[in-house]
Design a protein around this ligand. Structure first.
Ligand SMILES: Nc1ncnc2c1ncn2[C@@H]1O[C@H](COP(=O)(O)OP(=O)(O)OP(=O)(O)O)[C@@H](O)[C@H]1O
Length: 236
C-alpha cells in the first residue's frame, strides 16, 4: 500500500530522515511513534507530498508520488494543527470541503456522532480546542478512502469523543482500510495499533507487533517497552 525507499530529508543541517525504508501493507492500524522531533510528522508529510523529499522514492498503491497528485485522493489526512480561517463558520467549512470533493459524504452522521449540531453556526476562532478537533475529525472521516493518516488524533478530546473516535477508526479497519496514526498517548496506541513503527535517528528503529516489542525489550508493559526501546537489548 505504502512503500518507502531511501527517504532522506534535512532541514538545513538537521538530517531528520536518513535513508529510511518502510513498507506498510494493505489494511490495519500502524502507530508511528518516536521521541519529540524524531521526524514522525516529516515522514507523514513526505507521504502526503507536503514535504518535498531530498532523495528516495515513495509509492502509494503502486504509484510513485513524484509529479503525481491523483494519489492524494486515496488519503484522508487529519493534521496535527489544522489552519482554517478563523472567521469561517463550521457549516461553511463543511460545505466548502463537500463542494471541493463533490462525492458521497457522511458529514451528517458525524455531526450527530460528535454532537456538533449546536456549533454549526459558530466561527472556528470561537471554538474550544476539543471542539475544533472534532470538526477536524469530521473532515478527515467524511469521505471514504483506502488510507487514513491521523496526526495526534486524540488531542483535546473528552472521554465520550475519544470513544467515538476509537469506534470510527476500528470500523474503518474492519472495512479493510490502512490507517497510520501518530500519538504520544500510549494507552490509545496499545488499544488500537496492530503494528508499531518506531522512529529514531532518522530511521525505523523498530517495526513489529506489540508482542514482538515486549519480547525484544524484555518488558511486560508497553510504556516500559517504549522507554527501553532505544537502549541496546543487553542493557535492558
Ligand atoms: N519546516 C521545517 N523547517 C525546519 N525544521 C523543521 C521543519 N519541520 C520540521 N523541522 C524539524 O525536523 C525535526 C522533526 O520534526 P517533526 O515535526 O517531524 O517531529 P515529530 O517526531 O513529529 O515531533 P513531535 O513528536 O514533537 O510532534 C525537528 O527537529 C523539527 O524542528
Amino acid at each position: 500500500m505504502i512503500q518507502i525507499n531511501n527517504l532522506c530529508k534535512s532541514f538545513g543541517k538537521n538530517k531528520v530522515l536518513n535513508n529510511l525504508d518502510l513498507d506498510v501493507e494493505n489494511g490495519g492500524i500502524y502507530a508511528v511513534l518516536g521521541p519529540n522531533g524524531s521526524g514522525k510528522t516529516t515522514l507523514i508529510k513526505s507521504i502526503l507530498g507536503m514535504v518535498i523529499m531530498d532523495d528516495g522514492q515513495i509509492e502509494v498503491s503502486g504509484q510513485s508520488i513524484k509529479n503525481n497528485w491523483l494519489y492524494r485522493k486515496e488519503i484522508n489526512y487529519l493534521p496535527q494543527i489544522a489552519n482554517f480561517p478563523g472567521n469561517l463558520r463550521v457549516n461553511e467549512l463543511i460545505k466548502m470541503i463537500k463542494d471541493l470533493r463533490n462525492k458521497n459524504n457522511r458529514a451528517d452522521e458525524l455531526i450527530q456522532l460528535f454532537n456538533l449540531n449546536s456549533f454549526l453556526d459558530k466561527k472556528l476562532s470561537t471554538l474550544s480546542g476539543g471542539t475544533k478537533q472534532k470538526v477536524n475529525i469530521l473532515l478527515a472521516f467524511m469521505f471514504d478512502s483506502p488510507v487514513y493518516i491521523l496526526d495526534e488524533p486524540t488531542t483535546g478530546l473528552d472521554p465520550a469523543a475519544l470513544l467515538n473516535l476509537k469506534d470510527l477508526i476500528r470500523k474503518e479497519k474492519q472495512a479493510g482500510k490502512t490507517i497510520l496514526i501518530t500519538s504520544h498517548i500510549l494507552q490509545f496506541v496499545e488499544e488500537m495499533a496492530d503494528q508499531i513503527i518506531y522512529l529514531l535517528e532518522g530511521k525505523i528503529y523498530f517495526r513489529g507487533t506489540m508482542q514482538s516489542l515486549l519480547k525484544k525489550t524484555h518488558q511486560t508493559k508497553f510504556d516500559h517497552a517504549i522507554a527501553a526501546i532505544a537502549i541496546p537489548s543487553e542493557h535492558v
